[in-house]
Design a protein around this ligand. Sequence first.
Ligand SMILES: [Mn+2]
Length: 511
Amino acid sequence: MSEPTTTSQPDEQGTADRGSNRSHRPASTAFKNFVMSQWAPRAELGLTASAAAPHTVSRRAALSERLPGVRLVIPAGSLKTRSNDTDYRFRPHSAFAHLTGLGTDREPDAVLVLHPVESGSGDAGANHHAVLYVRPLAPRDNEEFYADARYGEFWVGARPSLADVEALTGIEARHIDELGDALAKDVGDGGVHLLVVTGADDAVESLVEELRLEAGEDENALTDEKLVEVTSELRLVKDEYEIEQMREAVARTIEGFEAVIRALPAAKEHRRGERVVETTFDGHARLEGNAVGYETIAASGEHATTLHWIRNDGEIHPGDVLLLDGGVEVDSLYTADVTRSLPVDGEYSDVQRKIYQAVLDAADAAFAVSRPGAKFRDVHAAAMEVIAARLEEWGFLPDGVTAADALADDGQQHRRWMVHGTSHHLGLDVHDCAQARRELYLDGVLEPGMVFTIEPGLYFKADDLAVPEEFRGIGVRIEDDVLITADGNENLSAALPRRAEDIEAWMASLR
Ligand SMILES: [Mn+2]
C-alpha cells in the first residue's frame, strides 16, 4: 500500500504530525495549483433510497416514543487505527446502522441526532426530528481532496455528498461542522438533556460530556446507559426487512459451508489446514457479502474443544471432526451464526456419532419449546435436560450425582462439558441486543419476529480424566438460526443438513 501523506501543514522545521518522516508530498504552490485544476465535473453518485430506509422511520419513531424530550446522539463511530497510520476497514456501530439503514463501510464520523420537538410534531408524528451530521465529499479546491489519507478522494474514493446521504437514508443531512452547535442548542438549566450511545465514538462522547458539564448535571437525569439499553431492546423483534436480510445472510453462509467442504481435500494436505477452511469461508463472505460477522472458528480435532478457537493454524488429521462456526455478514450488516461439526473423512466414527446424536437431540429439544409465550431461558433448559441425561447415561457425572441433581442450581456438573449458553439473539451484532434488560432478554418471553441461535455442544478435552479415553479430544457443536413465528418457529438454517446421516450424504454429494 502507498505511504499516506498528511493534511497537517508542515511546521517551521518542515515536519508534520502524522507519518512526517516518510512523507514525500510536494508542498509547492505550483504543485497545489496544478493538482487542484483540470478535473471534469464530478459525476453524481446517483444514490437512491436504500431498501432499509422506509423501515428505519418506524425504528426511529419507536426510539422517540421511549425517550421523549431528550436529544439523542447516535454516532456511527470513527476509523480505528490498526497500526501507526493504517486503519481497519470501517464498520458503523450497530445502533447507527439500525436507525439509519446505512451498511457496508458507511459512514465514518457521521452522527445521527434525534432532536426533541413538541410532542407528536416530529418525523412521522414522532417526538423527534432526525438529522444526520456527516463529513461530505470535499471540493477539489480543498487540500483534503488529494492530501488526506483518511478522508481524501485520492486515497479512499469519493465520499457521498449531503444530497447523496439524504437520498440514501431519507434523513436530513448536515455538515459535521454543525454538530457542536446543534448539540449545544438549548442545553442547560431546565433545557434539553443530552444522551449519547457510548462506546462508538470517543470524540462525540467527550463533546456531549463537556456540554453536560457546562450545563450543570441534573442528578435525576437519565444516563447514557438508558439510551444504550433502549437502542439494544429496539432490535429484539426484527421487522420484515430485517428477517429478509437474515435469510440472505443464512443463504450466503450455507454456500460458504459448501465451499469449505469442497476445499477439504486441499485442507487435509496443508500444514495449516484450518487456515484453508477459514480463508475459504472468509473469502466467500467477502465475495458474496460484506465480511464475516465474527472471526471464523475453524477447529479440527482437539481444537474444537476450545470454544473460541480463532487462531486456526492447526492441521486437519484423518479421522478428525472439524468444527466450523461461521457467519456471513451481508451488506446491510446482518449476520448469520451457524456451526456444523463435520467428519473430515466423510463419516463419523461410532463415538463421534454418539456425541453428535446427543448434541442433536439437545438442539431438537430446544427447538421444540421455541414458540411465542415461552421464556428465552426455557430454550436453554430444554437442551440442558438432554445433555445432563445423556451424561448420566454414559456415567460421566460424579458418583451419586443424577441428571436431576446436576440440573439443580447447586449442581450443574454437566456444564463441565458445555460451559456456554444455548442461545443468543442474532442480527446486526452476532450477540445482538446484549444491552437489553434482563427481564426482556434472559428472563424475556419469546415473541414472533425474534431471531436467536440454538447451539448446544459437548466438548471433551484431550486431557479430561473424567471421561473415557475414546471421548477425549472431540468437540461437537450444532448451531442453527431460529425465527420465532406466530405459532412456533422456523429454522432459518434448515437447508444446511443437521442429522449425522444427512451430513455424511451431503458431504459425499459435494465430493
Ligand atoms: Mn453463536
